[in-house]
Every structure is written in structure tokens, then in C-alpha cells.
Write a protein that binds this ligand. Structure first.
Ligand SMILES: [Mn+2]
Length: 301
């Protein structure tokens, strides 16, 4: 299993221009990957790209892209002109991912995030998205990128709220490079059974998995069904990335653009050292359950 951490754990804004520092910090905290938002990637100049690539090599960190598309990238747009422009921009992002050595893009990348204008035309949105994702999937395949559609809760999309809905769109697109990411925070809100959702997607299509507590703090003991989730992941033989996506900062774009963090989620006076200590503690907690579930499965066979 690989473990990833999102840049926004340490930053109140989704994006920055200091990724090498966090590539090193992710490794120091015991992670194998750093997840960063796709936005700026299209506009990065070569010196910055080179520094990021060098840091990834030095610290043996894999970079993952994540994020939600706005109205300007609505690949499910009912208007054909809008949809085609969104596809064209998506293809340019694939080139940007390739320049950064990114092979995995996960998020609300199948329509416009938080847009419910045409929620009553869900069938049409699916048709439009499938049309776009067939083109995107072919290009992703040429570059070896997996385009992973994130199942998110009802307050963020009207399209993919459950694993069943994601698999419906996967089948409509029918491309090996258009896949699924599940996020335990969203699953907790929408699924009847978190383990069944993992099995519905299955090993072949589940390309990434986001972790957070019920209030999007770090994974920690509490009432999240960690054992169910990690047992099901072991059961399908999932060995890709478990990526931590804590949204804990108020006062920046994480809070105001999608994350809805309206109160302090961190203990008062938390400094850099404490942030890293909490992160390492959380990683040890997750690894402990993952390994326990893998061992239980091995003994059952
Ligand atoms: Mn997520």
C-alpha cells in the first residue's frame, strides 16, 4: 500500500508555489505521495517543473493531481460549444500532468463541481460526460494517466453520489483510463454500506482512495468505520494509494472554495512540529488497521 498526503493539510490555500518543500516534508512524515490541486499546473514554467521533478526523485515521492472543475471546464455541459472547450482544456491539462510525471488525477473531473442548474436532466449530463470522457480517456491512455472520477456527497454534485452511479458512468465511457476514486468522508454521507461501495467499484476500477474523519480532520479513532473500509480494501486486493485529505484550515481557499471550514479545526497554538506529529500519529493509526486487516485476510486463506 502507498500512502499520500494532500498539500492542503499544511496550507490554508489549495495551491502554492512551494511544492518542493512539501515533497520533502511528506517523505519526512512517512508518506509516499503528495497530492496537489491541478489549477496552476497548466501555467507552470519549466524551472518550477524541474525543481518539482528533482524533489520527487530525491525524496522518492509520487505526485498526484486532484481538484474540482469549475463551470469553465464543465465536460458534462449541455451546450456543445461549452462542452468541447472543456474537453480541449482537459486535454491540455493531461499534457501538464505528463510534464510533472503525474499518472493519477482524481476529483470532480466529470462535470462542474457544485453546479446544480441541470440536476433535473441527469440522464443528459451523464450522456454529455460520457461523450467527453471517451475523448479524454483515449488521450489519458496515450500518456499513461488514470482519470479518476470522485464520488462526492449531494452538496457537491448532482452526478456521482454513490459507487453505483460512478460505475454506471464508467460503463458508459468504457475506457480503461477513466476510473473511480472513493472518499470515505463522502461515502459515509451517501452509501448504505461503505464496504459494499468499495466492492462495487472493485480492484480494476478503484484507482485512489481519500481518507478523512467525519469532520474532515485527520483519520483518528472515533466513529468512522475504518475496519469496514480497510477490510473491504484488503478484500479486493487494493494496493494503490490511501491518500489523506484533511481540510483543517479556515481563512483561505480550502475553506472558502469547496471545503466549507467555518471554524478552527486545529487545537489552539498548533505549530509546524505539532502538525507533523499529529500527521505521523494518524498515519501509524491507519497503517495499524490496514495491516491488521491484511493479516486477517491472509490467515483466512
Ligand atoms: Mn476527496
Amino acid at each position: 500500500m502507498k500512502y499520500g498526503i494532500c498539500y492542503c493539510y499544511w496550507n490554508k490555500n489549495w495551491e502554492g508555489n512551494d511544492y518542493p518543500k512539501y515533497i520533502e516534508r511528506a517523505r519526512r512524515c512517512g508518506f509516499d505521495g503528495l497530492e496537489i490541486v491541478f489549477g496552476r499546473m497548466l501555467y507552470m514554467e519549466k524551472p518550477e517543473i524541474d525543481e518539482i521533478l528533482a524533489a520527487c526523485r530525491e525524496y522518492d515521492i509520487e505526485l498526484y493531481a486532484t481538484g474540482g472543475f469549475g463551470k469553465d471546464m464543465d465536460v458534462a455541459a449541455l451546450d456543445e460549444g461549452e462542452r468541447e472547450r472543456a474537453v480541449e482544456k482537459s486535454l491540455r491539462y493531461l499534457e501538464a500532468f505528463n510534464r510533472l510525471g503525474i499518472r493519477n488525477f482524481s476529483g470532480d473531473n466529470y462535470g462542474a463541481w457544485g453546479d446544480f442548474e441541470h440536476a433535473d436532466k441527469k440522464e443528459q449530463l451523464f450522456e454529455q460526460a460520457a461523450k467527453s470522457l471517451r475523448v479524454i480517456g483515449r488521450a489519458a491512455g496515450d500518456l499513461g494517466v488514470s482519470w479518476n472520477m470522485e464520488v462526492v456527497n449531494r452538496f457537491e454534485t448532482c452526478m456521482l453520489n454513490t459507487a453505483d452511479e460512478a460505475m454506471k458512468l464508467v460503463r458508459m465511457v468504457d475506457d480503461p483510463n477513466v476510473n473511480v476514486i472513493l472518499d470515505i468522508f463522502h461515502s459515509m454521507i451517501e452509501e448504505n454500506d461503505i464496504a459494499a461501495a468499495i466492492r462495487t467499484v472493485g480492484k480494476e476500477r478503484l484507482m485512489h482512495y481519500h481518507l478523512g474523519s467525519n469532520n474532515r480532520r485527520l483519520p483518528q479513532p472515533g466513529f468512522m468505520p475504518w475496519e469496514d473500509a480497510f477490510g473491504a480494501l484488503a478484500g479486493i486486493g487494493y494496493d494503490r494509494c490511501l491518500s489523506f485529505e484533511p481540510l483543517v484550515w479556515s481563512g483561505g481557499t480550502v475553506a472558502t472554495v469547496g471545503g466549507c471550514v467555518w471554524r478552527d479545526m486545529l487545537p489552539a497554538g498548533t505549530d509546524d512540529a505539532e502538525m507533523d506529529r499529529m500527521l505521523k500519529e494518524s498515519l501509524a493509526f491507519v497503517k495499524g488497521i490496514v495491516e491488521k486487516k491484511q493479516n486477517e485476510l491472509a490467515q483466512a486463506h
